[in-house]
Design a protein around this ligand. Structure first.
Ligand code: TGC
Ligand code: FAD
Length: 397
């Protein structure tokens, strides 16, 4: 007979294959043993240890859904279970991995030339070559189609383009070896993808200053990308893909990873709040967990986590069958990020004053989840993507 498991209320595990359960187990074990012990200090110091990506690489966790090039070739759902395990610790650690795996490796795998794939993917899978994804600019975030960064034929170097412009809020940029930069070709105005390899850039043409003093995602490193007539070999451009379909295709898989990922952060909030509510007593020695208002907070959060997990698994299955649309990804990205943030904020109340101490972890998740709701398409932008699909009318402009 079945028993209700508060940590997996709708038995999502029953939808997973043996392989997926094994991958989730490896990822959860690594995260609990190696990431959990360092996150509090990393968050305080606003420090990202880039060895983390190497450790993940050794376990086959990077670019895991890619076939070949030293990658594991697992299902989309298994990829999501990895992001969920990492985000159970911290959304910043998941960010560093998402950018490496989905946005840069995924982009190279889908749109790169054979030479580009062979040059970068095996090292990126090991975590010895680090990537960053530059789409957002200081003046163009939700509307990347208006970007100002341009690539034009280099005035003196044959076979090179010259890229100028700046990108901001770029995860991993200060530590990245290869930066996938989206820029408009001056001649056509069309957006193209360029692999800007730090080792090939002459001094002063590429700067990647960090953005310090963040009040969320502090365990992840964020920066700018400033390109000043940076010479980039033409062979570093993605050969065929043109327009916003390029960056948005990369985003489809990263947004999927976030949808399942944030369920990990929410589940951690639930576990921490449940434990606290069972231990802390107020009024005649009753644990907080005895009070109905507290129970409702836990019931709401746990319902949203269970629903969000099932929906994300469904979209992952459809993705592997070639039946998922970007709107489905928008739906689970928006809903899961919104619900994770709203519930985390409510669960935070259960900790009373202790919520203000970073040792309880809950405030860190709340601050991080604001960022997850904002990047890769702020939730209201996903509302508009869904609204357009429902009505046939675009309301962006
Ligand atoms: P729109 O007219 O809608 O589309 C332009 C072209 O792009 C195609 N397209 C897609 N293709 C594949 N997948 C998708 N999801 C796609 N969405 C659009 C579309 O078919 C069209 O192709 P074509 O060939 O006809 O030209 O473009 P728009 O300019 O009206 O876009 C509007 C909008 C709001 C949907 C879009 O700009 C948007 O999604 N904005 C949000 C920006 C965003 O998500 N930025 C993410 C930056 S990266 C990041 O945040 C990484 S954080 C990582 C971490 O740390 O974890
Ligand atoms: P804006 O576009 O200025 O939006 C501000 C607000 O206005 C939002 O609430 C938005 O929903 C709303 N809004 C905008 N347009 C409309 C409209 N038409 N109708 C209704 N509401 C609207 N980007 C990258 O390219 N690579 C990265 O690695 C990366 N990492 C990031 C890491 C962090 C820590 C952060 C904070 C951001 C990161 N980003 C990255 C950038 C992120 O994708 C953008 O912040 C996001 O897309 C929103 O853009 P914006 O900040 O310019 O906000």
């Amino acid at each position: 007979s079945s028993v209700f498991d508060w940590s997996d209320p709708l038995m999502s595990k029953a939808l997973l294959t043996e392989d997926e359960l094994a991958i989730a187990d490896t990822a959860e074990r690594y995260c609990q043993e190696h990431l959990l012990p360092r996150v509090l200090q990393a968050y305080r110091d606003e420090h990202y240890d880039k060895k983390i990506l190497q450790e993940m690489g050794e376990l086959g966790l990077l670019g895991a859904t890619i076939d070949g090039y030293g990658c594991a070739g697992v299902s989309t759902v298994a990829g999501g279970l990895i992001t969920r395990a990492v985000e159970r610790i911290d959304s910043g650690y998941r960010s560093g991995m998402s950018v490496q795996s989905s946005l840069v490796m995924g982009g190279i795998y889908e749109f790169g030339s054979q030479e580009q794939k062979e040059k970068y993917l095996p090292g990126m899978a090991k975590g010895t070559i680090l990537g960053a994804f530059g789409l957002t600019e200081p003046n163009h975030g939700s509307d990347p189609g208006s970007m100002e960064t341009t690539a034009k034929p280099h005035p003196s170097k044959k076979g090179y383009v010259s890229i100028s412009g700046s990108k901001t809020w770029i995860t991993n940029s200060p530590i990245a070896d290869v930066l996938l930069v989206w820029a408009k070709l001056q001649e056509t105005g069309k957006i193209r993808g360029f692999l800007v390899d730090r080792s090939q850039c002459p001094p002063g043409t590429l700067e990647t200053p960090p953005i310090k003093n963040k009040n969320g995602l502090r365990a992840s490193i964020t920066g700018m990308i400033q390109l000043d007539e940076c010479p980039v070999p033409e062979e570093n451009m993605f050969p065929d893909i043109e327009g916003l379909r390029g960056p948005f295709s990369c985003l489809n898989s990263a947004r999927y990873g976030i949808a399942l990922g944030v369920m990990g952060a929410l589940e951690d909030c639930i576990a921490r709040a449940r434990e606290y509510a069972l231990e802390r007593t107020q009024f005649k020695g009753n644990p907080l967990a005895k009070y109905q208002l507290v129970q409702k907070k836990l019931a709401d959060a746990s319902t949203d986590a269970a629903y969000g997990t099932l929906a994300a698994i469904q979209v992952g299955r459809l993705k592997d069958q070639g039946k998922a649309t970007p709107e489905m990804v928008s739906m689970v990205k928006r809903q899961n990020c919104d619900k994770a943030l709203q519930n985390a904020r409510v669960l935070q109340e259960i900790f009373g004053g202790n919520a203000v101490s970073d040792e309880y972890g809950i405030g860190r998740h709340v601050a991080n989840l604001f960022v997850t709701q904002t990047y890769e398409g702020q939730s209201d932008i996903h509302s508009l993507i869904l609204g357009r699909a429902i009505t046939g009318i675009q309301a962006f402009v």
